[in-house]
Design a protein around this ligand. Sequence first.
Ligand code: BG6
Ligand code: MG
Length: 213
Amino acid sequence: KISACIFDLDGVVVDTAKYHYIAWKSLANELGFDFTEEDNERLKGVSRMRSLDILLEIGGVELDDKTKLELADKKNKNYVEYILKMTPDEILPGVKDFFNELKEQGIKIALGSASKNAMTILNQLELTDYFDAVVDGTHVSNAKPDPEVFLKGAELLGVSPSECIVFEDAEAGVEAAINGNMKCVGIGSPDVLGKANIVVPGFVGFSMAQLNF
Ligand code: BG6
Ligand code: MG
């Protein structure tokens, strides 16, 4: 029996990777090196500080912890300027129809995101009311593939992990779902998300009827 669906945010509900990219690239350029879209793929699903470490590694730059915190904060301020301009038009295709299907079936909806900006994004997209529980980067201390973010979601909803389906676009997120004893639907390519129970390209035409969990 499935009682709840837990959604990753970035790359599942909305494409924020393009804004992360602009903000990280501008920081890299200030530090004197380039940062490509291919490099940006490595940051999907990765925490803010870990993202900065990967970026600095690409540029061959070493910095002390205090400077790193300042740079992460600077990148975030730039990123937030972009997400504050987001509108509900940016919800990925099919997502809202699927949320409505879940509501009709009495299946609970939770968010399980690494982002500390999750609430800002949900508010911009006018999706906040769909969520019965929100767990984001401000509530957890262990990053995916640790299952903490999803287990907290199940706990808040009062359901057991085996009754949950996680929707994820990043490999570490799929692993987090598996580590939490949850079912997982990968959103993206089977090459990257092969460990998920099923992988679909997106939510257009997607329905619970396609799952035999
Ligand atoms: C994840 C994104 O959802 O959140 C990552 O996929 C991002 O790219 C991470 O680094 C942390 O986000 P934020 O908004 O707290 O910097
Ligand atoms: Mg993601």
